[in-house]
Design a binder for this molecule. Structure first.
Ligand code: FES
Length: 216
């Protein structure tokens, strides 16, 4: 199960209700990431070949950030069946968030992996809707971002979303096309959370690492 598929969080504990929204979502997200990544650390992810444009450095690649992106509130709420265009992690990174009818939140880069046209949410296509690139009829699965039709060579990069106790929707991190969740976490959060990075054996952070990044 993806982080983006976590059910909405419940009511905050009385003391948590006193925290600032930013602090609360950061704490919630950290717990979610830790729990989730303990699982995905044992699962290898497949790597897809990079597109020619990206490989040549011609196109801006979504999630080119190496450090930890700041959590960003993208909506005060998002109802089932609604979608939202936003930018994350940078102002050049176009993205789309969708709340599926069962409550699942999903987020993706809105830049097609074929020739970088804008990807659109189409609720009227397929049983749950689809992400469509109208330039060459590229289609991406709404739950995974995998290519289901057309010429795009790679899945859409994902944006990890979560919801705070007040219903606010936050963007927390990115997962590049073809990147597994562990590598995505290491790329963005290892320096900030060295103990967790050691548990996940991120490059430069051994299992007995001290967080200096010099163990490997
Ligand atoms: S640019 Fe999206 S399918 Fe060609």
């Amino acid at each position: 199960m993806s982080i983006t598929q976590q059910p909405p969080t419940g009511e905050p504990a009385p003391d948590a209700a006193q925290e600032a929204p930013h602090d609360r979502i950061a704490a919630d997200a950290l717990t979610t990431r830790r729990d989730y990544l303990r699982i995905v650390a044992t699962v290898s992810g497949g790597l897809a070949a990079g597109g020619i444009g990206v490989a040549a450095g011609i196109l801006h690649r979504h999630g080119d950030n190496e450090g930890a992106p700041e959590p960003k509130m993208i909506a005060e709420s998002l109802a089932p069946g609604e979608s939202l265009a936003f930018r994350y992690p940078g102002e050049d990174d176009r993205a789309v968030a969708v709340r599926l009818m069962d409550g699942t939140l999903v987020g993706y880069s809105a830049v097609c992996t074929h020739l970088a046209c804008a990807v659109l949410w189409r609720a009227d296509r397929g049983p749950e809707g689809e992400l469509l690139c109208p330039c060459h009829e590229g289609v991406f699965d709404i739950r995974t971002g995998e290519v289901t039709a057309g010429p795009p060579p790679r899945p859409l990069p994902r944006v990890i979303l979560d919801q705070d106790a007040d219903g606010g929707v936050w963007a927390l991190a990115t997962v590049r096309s073809g990147e597994n969740d562990r590598d995505a976490w290491c790329r963005q959060f290892a320096e900030r959370e060295p103990e967790q990075a050691a548990l996940l054996e991120c490059p430069g952070y051994g299992a007995r690492g001290t967080g200096t990044g010099e163990e490997a």
